[in-house]
Write a protein that binds this ligand. Structure first.
Ligand code: PLP
Length: 466
């Protein structure tokens, strides 16, 4: 039987090679295409969809790593697609160390250092965004954090854990993230019980429509549970009126969840945009977005730890804490949907210790400035039209040509841009119109990089016109 371990000497030698390979990649990154060129499904399948090897390949197993890296590019300084952080190398080293250690972050009983570090990091994040005193846990991402938040809301306002679901209604804006209806589906609340509230001209939830919808449900005998406010919608980065939503929630005894997966970390830099954030009952934020951490690392914060316990505590005897000490008896699985959990906190802890919080506040300020520069360049270009105000760092716009089908034209432009690989942007639907969308949550981007977005759009538009 072949041993599955590496000798320490082999591990040292191989990890040096991998570290050289990844450092070379980072060195070349600014000059690589922002998106792989000439890629087809068939070609990628041919590279990677092989049979499982039965016999050992040894170090040759690593040979295709060059292809894997060549066919990926989210770390590029010119990657502005979706909302996805640019991956700090220091955090990658944290992930590497965490994987070698392989600490399961279930409970203090199993991992005293890791559990304490995660609780510390969660406290740091809460304090940094003006929510001191909130506790919580790291998650796989924002979708998981949102699902857990709605589960807590359901258990707080229409308890189902004992006797099954009683139903209930959730309110969020038309611009809320798709993870909201998905969470309602998974919790058995049903998509049809998610009321999508129209937005105003700044893409914020319209409060009078929210009030009307709640009153209508109460009249009809439905059971309102929670309002989900967005602090940074995925398309335009708009922030819902948090204080007004908080007032409505207290008036009607509803749970207030803030989906800050995209935006909430910017509260470290521009707190004036996030007034009312600390009135939430729960709040999602994504270190793998605007803290530039490698995927997948989200975070759920909440005001009342007992509410998390009511939603998630279900401990079998074998996992029960043997201690009565308040610190040593702590278990994440009592307040999270996860049991086995990776040591996500290590990379954040190392990143914040290495660079200091201020460096992150400054880099977010720089991303906001770059988005402003991009928006100004769009506005200065007669053939381009800004489609939404730029609240945070997402810029939605389109190319305009007389008598053209603009949705179709801009789709073609986007496809050309991606094929050319000089910048990577994505798309959004803004009031039913196809928009080009660039989102700056990238610690590597410079002014030159964001300006390249405009020149690429103009270049692609010329190509499309033939
Ligand atoms: C506003 C918002 N909420 C939730 C999510 C989901 O986060 P994740 O991709 O980490 O699951 C996103 C992702 O872009 C988002 O922008």
């Amino acid at each position: 039987m072949a041993p599955l371990d590496l000798s320490p000497a082999d591990f040292r030698a191989l990890s040096r090679k991998i570290s050289d390979f990844t450092a070379d990649y980072l060195e070349r990154l600014p000059n690589l295409p922002a998106f792989p060129l000439n890629v087809s499904g068939e070609a990628v399948n041919a590279l990677f969809s092989a049979e499982v090897p039965i016999a050992p390949m040894g170090e040759r197993a690593f040979d295709p790593l060059a292809d894997v890296f060549a066919l990926s590019r989210p770390n590029s300084p010119r990657f502005f697609g979706y909302v996805f952080g640019s991956g700090l190398p220091i955090a990658a080293l944290g992930d590497f160390a965490a994987s070698v250690l392989n600490q399961n972050v279930t409970a203090w009983r199993s991992g005293p250092a890791a559990v304490t570090i995660e609780r510390t990091v969660v406290g740091w994040l809460a304090e940094a965004i003006g929510c001191s005193g909130f506790s919580g846990s790291l998650t796989g991402g924002g979708s998981q954090a949102n699902l857990m938040a709605l589960c807590m809301a359901r258990e707080a306002k229409a308890p189902a854990n004992e006797n099954g679901a009683q139903g209930g209604v959730i309110y969020c804006s038309d611009e809320a993230h798709m993870s909201m209806p998905k969470a309602a589906m998974m919790l058995g609340l049903g998509q049809k019980n998610v009321r999508r509230i129209p937005v105003n001209d700044r893409f914020q939830m319209d409060i009078s429509h929210l009030r009307d919808a709640i009153m209508r449900d109460l009249r009809e005998g439905n059971r309102p549970i929670a309002v989900v406010a967005s602090a940074g919608t995925v398309a335009t980065g708009s922030i819902d009126p948090l204080p007004e939503i908080a007032d409505i929630c207290s008036e009607h005894n509803l749970w207030m969840h803030v989906d800050g997966a995209y935006g909430a970390l910017a509260a470290m830099t521009v707190p004036e945009k996030f007034v009312g954030l600390n009135r939430a009952d729960s709040l999602s934020l994504d270190p793998h977005k605007w803290l530039y951490q490698p995927a997948g690392c989200g975070c759920l914060l909440y005001r009342d730890p007992a509410a998390a316990q009511r939603a998630f505590s279900h401990t079998e005897d074998y996992a029960r804490s043997l201690s009565t000490d308040p610190i040593e008896s702590f278990a994440f699985f009592e307040s999270s949907m996860e049991l086995s959990r990776p040591f996500r906190a290590l990379k954040i802890w190392l990143s914040l210790r290495y660079f200091g919080l201020q460096a992150f506040q400054q880099r977010i300020a720089e991303d906001l400035r770059l988005a402003r520069i991009l928006a100004d360049s769009v506005s200065a270009e007669p053939q381009l039209e800004l489609l939404a105000p730029v609240e945070l760092s997402a810029v939605c716009f389109r190319y305009v040509r007389k008598n053209a089908d603009l949705d179709h034209l801009n789709l073609e432009i986007l496809q050309r841009i991606i094929q050319r690989g000089k910048v990577c942007i994505s798309n959004a639907t803004i009031r039913g119109q196809f928009a080009l969308r660039a989102c700056v949550v990238n610690h590597r981007s410079t002014e030159e990089d964001v300006k390249a977005v405009v020149s690429e759009v103009l270049h692609a538009a010329n190509e499309v016109s033939g």
